[in-house]
Write a protein that binds this ligand. Structure first.
Ligand SMILES: C[S@@+](CC[C@H](N)C(=O)[O-])C[C@H]1O[C@@H](n2cnc3c(N)ncnc32)[C@H](O)[C@@H]1O
Length: 286
């Protein structure tokens, strides 16, 4: 099922354009890197008696597929994402693996979900891009069964995640048009402020809100670093448009800034995240 009703043309363009392309190109690198976070979500599914699970902002589908495999024939896992190329890859992977995961290409902020249809919602970094987070989280709450749980992983602040901004700090002198990060705007660090996230969830009708810091050690083979920093993040998006010579020059300039993270053949850093937990409220009449 696909739905073309969307709210934020900037994010829609980004995820259907350069950001979506980057995540498709680097899918294997990203899935290896973020596997420990996915494992936490799969454990959350296994620890509940959840049968129908929604993966919000599922991207190329790694967590959706892992959960569908965990549930087996007894449950369903549905992934929703606004990005056509990422959902296309997710569907291809499901067909190749013969995993019965379902995918919806739609904007989760406004998609007309069947009310009361999920008993667990999960996300790995897929819920920080809504133009109106209260509208989005209210829409998700209506789609959840009363009492249903959420387990959403989001980034804490840029200051807590210095690895993530290393490239832009190092490349800034060469890339004067590098866009600056917008605190609280849709984007990677939009959920950095715990109080803001709490009030978004509260206003959207979620209850038993529990926002815990989650620090996870991640590892990237050093050989994947060039692929990672020249495709992803603000620098990567700009370099997608650059010629090979410029891309190599910018990478060589940035590379020493990553030295503190290099440990032999690996790059190691800590992902400073929040684990958002909450339950769908019972305040509204259903
Ligand atoms: C950082 S990626 C994470 C992808 C995936 N969860 C993973 O961990 O591989 C963020 C995802 O959120 C999706 N997204 C952004 N805004 C969305 C929206 N309004 N509705 C549904 N998906 C959205 C993007 O297309 C992208 O796939």
């Amino acid at each position: 099922m696909d739905d073309t009703h969307e709210t934020d043309s900037e994010q829609t363009a980004l995820w259907n354009g350069p950001a979506g392309r980057a995540w498709v190109d680097a899918q294997e690198v990203l899935d290896r890197l973020y596997a420990p976070l996915q494992d936490l979500l799969v454990e959350a599914v296994a620890a509940t008696s959840s049968l129908v699970v929604l993966d919000v902002g599922c991207g190329t589908g790694s967590a959706t597929l892992a959960v569908a495999r965990t549930l087996g024939a007894t449950g369903r896992c549905v992934g929703i994402d606004i990005s056509e190329p990422m959902i296309a890859l997710a569907r291809t992977r499901a067909a190749q693996d013969r995993t019965p995961a379902e995918f919806i290409r739609a904007d989760a902020q406004v998609h007309a979900f069947e009310p009361d249809s999920f008993d667990l919602m999960i996300s790995r970094f897929g819920v920080m891009f809504f133009s109106d987070p209260v509208q989005a989280f209210s829409n998700l709450e209506r789609a959840a069964l009363p009492g249903a749980h959420m387990r959403f992983i989001t980034w804490r602040s840029a200051a807590d995640n210095p690895f993530m901004t290393t490239a832009e700090r190092a490349a800034a002198p060469l890339l004067p048009n590098l866009p600056s990060r917008r605190p609280d705007g849709p984007g990677q660090f939009a959920f950095a402020n715990r109080d803001r996230v709490h009030s978004i969830l509260h206003e959207s009708g979620w209850t038993d809100i529990d926002i815990q810091p989650l620090d996870v050690a991640l590892t990237l083979p050093e050989t994947d670093l060039v692929r990672y920093v020249t495709r992803l993040g603000p620098v990567g998006l700009i370099l997608q448009e650059a010629d090979d010579r410029t891309r190599a020059l910018v990478f060589d300039t940035m590379r020493p800034a990553f030295d503190p993270y290099v440990d032999g053949a690996d790059v190691r850093f800590t992902a400073a995240c929040w684990m958002l937990g909450a339950r769908a409220g019972s305040a509204r009449s259903r």
